[in-house]
Design a protein around this ligand. Structure first.
Ligand SMILES: [Zn+2]
Length: 149
């Protein structure tokens, strides 16, 4: 069961599960996107045009990632946000696949691949977080920063 994926240090709050555990927890498409760095087809997921208010959580671990308040219609066919729910909610990594340079966005808590961030978003941040709908779970019961701790 143990995959050779130890980081050497125990990051607090991090979630580490084996590939097998994720497979049993996620649907094949969720696994493909979040653990295998896949990309859903544009316009394939209803969240790209979702208008309801709420918190978009990580489909893997439930961490709050993006608030509906930062969601906008980018016309790309993927859910797009101009900012994460809070600083540190997502982590950014350079992605050199496909011979291009993009910045990959992952859930900071469980390392789920979410999508990419591009510098052509709207004000006030100028960032466009282009996120796979299957990586998200809209929690309509919680809005913005009403953190219930
Ligand atoms: Zn997560």
């Amino acid at each position: 069961m143990s995959k050779a994926e130890s980081t050497g240090k125990s990051d607090r709050d991090k979630i580490a599960m084996s590939e097998q555990e994720w497979r049993s927890k996620l649907t094949p498409e969720q696994f493909y996107v979040t653990r295998d760095h896949g990309t859903e087809r544009a316009f394939s997921h209803p969240y790209h045009e979702e208008k309801d208010a709420g918190m978009y959580r990580c489909v893997c671990c439930g961490a709050p990632l993006f608030s509906s308040e930062t969601k906008y219609d980018s016309g790309t066919g993927w859910p797009s946000f101009f900012a994460p729910a809070e600083d540190g909610a997502v982590s950014e990594h350079e992605d050199r696949s496909f011979f291009t340079r993009r910045t990959e966005v992952r859930c900071a808590k469980c390392e789920a691949h979410l999508g990419h961030v591009f510098p052509d978003g709207p004000k006030p941040t100028g960032a466009r977080y282009c996120i796979n709908g299957v990586a998200l779970q809209l929690d309509k019961g919680e809005q913005g920063d009403k953190a219930s701790k």
